[in-house]
Design a protein around this ligand. Structure first.
Ligand code: KIV
Ligand code: ZN
Length: 514
């Protein structure tokens, strides 16, 4: 008999807490849509009291995403819980997820509360959350380092107050599979009323054990697993959704567990999250890394050619990767392009397809063959902010080992075009400085990355630029077969995002050094 396991995705909450990740509203909605296509059971959409952006993100996702339960996180206090309830108001199905720490170290140094106070606060929080929704999840933060007898008491009080899900977090990624499995078994055997609720686990990856700990918990009675796409999350991240799902899928014989996930959506969700967060997936990452299906050694290649099962335990199609990835070239027409988009499961409006087709034609003129990966990149490269304050119209760079790099740039604005030139320490620096001059203010660059979308000297280059303003970080992305152009586009996109949030800086600090 197979057990049905629920998947609780926290990419938009714990994943969004990854350093450097800063998703705007449109990006949060795009990820939430992708999670709904994956058919996760619960989307934790954010921590509404944490910021205006989090509140708005949860509200919009609650209003627009149908299917999964939408959860909002709240500390065990009235203001947090009320704010979460307000943000979730429009959800078809909503959950308030409230938490308080239960380990001695957290109670003494962070909360400065006694065990008795924590017990009472947890119970009150669940009771209060129940006044807004029947579906209430309670988490004992740092459960894996808490006293087991005390944990049983806290969870017992949460159930008595009406909690429908008990979450057991390994907040600092400290536990081991055998120990965590034993803890879940202990809770199952010792918390009164636990059989009537879901037992959830939430594992961090500080020791690289998040997925193993989650699976051990599931074998010992956990019915809901918390995870993120690509294993994003605080510090070393959370258990990776794709790894858990493919463990169940590949080892049905062993785990005898099923989820509601559509595995064919895994690869696309992974690419989308990587593109929008700017956090690259390492090449040898299980399931979704670039090398996950690459066979390098002759012996392996020979085996796979005779029968893929010799060395391939997951067939790429199962997670939505097509084996035949050469698709189109410069003679392909709009119809073929649209068909390919459909095969790749993109459901786009005709106007968007027209825009993409123009970009595709431009790309096909510069590149011999256009791969599925190129098309994915084009789809992800939609304008990130609407309306855009600045648009790159023209750029030129002169650089060499014996000369100072100089760049000229022309930007379109609502007041017409503006052109500026600058020298710099290399072509990218010169280009960024010319753009700063053109927009009229200085920009604090936090990080810059450049990578090729596919192999080959004519590959598309994907640039990511992080800038900081007012304590917030903004990520801009740019795409082109010309890496300087990709970098310039990414820089302009980051500036547009900053302006969409903060408006034009009152003091034009540009002058200095620009
Ligand atoms: O890691 C953790 O303990 C958390 C809780 C808020 C569930 O993220
Ligand atoms: Zn966490």
């Amino acid at each position: 008999m197979e057990r049905r396991i629920k998947i609780f995705d926290t990419t938009l909450r714990d994943g969004e807490q990854t350093p450097g990740v800063c998703l705007d509203m449109a990006e949060k909605l795009e990820i939430a849509r992708s999670l709904a296509r994956l058919r996760v059971d619960v989307i934790e959409a954010g921590f509404p009291i944490a910021s205006k952006g989090d509140f708005e993100g949860v509200s919009q996702i609650a209003a627009q995403i149908k299917g999964p339960v939408i959860a909002g996180l709240a500390r065990a206090g009235k203001k947090d819980i009320e704010t979460a309830a307000q943000a979730l108001a429009k959800a078809e199905r909503k959950r308030i997820h409230t938490f308080i720490a239960t380990s001695d170290i957290h109670m003494e140094y962070k909360l400065k509360m006694s065990r008795q106070q924590v017990l009472e606060t947890a119970e009150e929080a669940v009771r209060f959350a129940k006044t807004f929704t029947d579906d209430v999840e309670f988490s004992a933060e740092d459960a894996s380092r808490s006293d087991w007898a005390f944990l049983c008491q806290v969870y017992g009080r949460a159930i008595a107050a009406g909690a429908t899900v008990l979450n057991v977090p390994d907040t600092v990624g400290y536990t081991t599979p055998a120990e965590f499995g034993a803890l879940i078994r202990h809770l199952k055997e010792n918390v009164p009323g636990i059989d009537g609720v879901d037992i959830s686990v939430h594992c961090h990856n500080d020791l690289g054990l998040a997925v193993a700990n989650t699976l051990a918990a599931m074998e010992n009675g956990a019915t809901q697993l918390e995870c993120t796409i690509n294993g994003l999350g605080e510090r070393a991240g959370n258990a990776a959704l794709e790894e858990l799902i493919m463990a169940f899928y590949t080892r049905k014989d062993y785990y005898k567990a099923v989820t509601n996930i559509d595995t064919k959506q895994i690869y696309r969700a992974s690419r989308l999250v990587s593109t929008l967060t700017g956090i690259a997936v390492q090449a040898n990452k299980a399931v979704v890394g670039d090398n996950a299906f690459a066979h390098e050694s002759g012996i392996h290649q020979h085996g796979v050619l005779n029968n893929a099962l010799t060395y391939e335990i997951i067939s790429p199609e199962v997670i939505g990767v097509s084996r035949n990835s050469i698709v189109l070239g410069k003679h392909s027409g709009r119809h073929a392009f649209e068909e390919r988009l459909k095969q790749m499961d993109y459901n786009l409006e005709s106007e968007t397809i027209n825009l993409l087709f123009a970009k595709f034609k431009d790309l096909a003129d510069r590149k011999k063959v256009v791969f599925d990966r190129d098309i994915e990149a084009l789809v992800a490269d939609k304008p990130q902010v609407r309306p855009e304050w600045y648009r790159l119209v023209y750029h030129q760079v002169v650089s060499g080992s014996q000369s100072t790099a100089t760049a000229t740039v022309r930007l379109e604005t609502s007041n017409g075009e503006v052109e500026q030139a600058s020298c710099g320490d290399g072509p990218v620096d010169a280009m960024f400085k010319a753009i700063e001059k053109a927009v009229g203010f200085g920009v604090e660059l936090k990080d810059y990355q450049l990578k090729a979308v596919t192999a080959g000297e004519d590959a598309l280059g994907e640039a990511a630029v992080w800038i900081e303003a007012g304590g917030e970080v903004f990520l801009g992305r740019g795409l082109s077969t010309d890496v300087i152009e990709a970098s310039a586009r990414a820089f302009v996109a980051a500036i547009n995002k900053r302006l969409a949030t903060h408006g034009y800086p009152e003091t034009q600090q540009a002058a200095e050094g620009v």
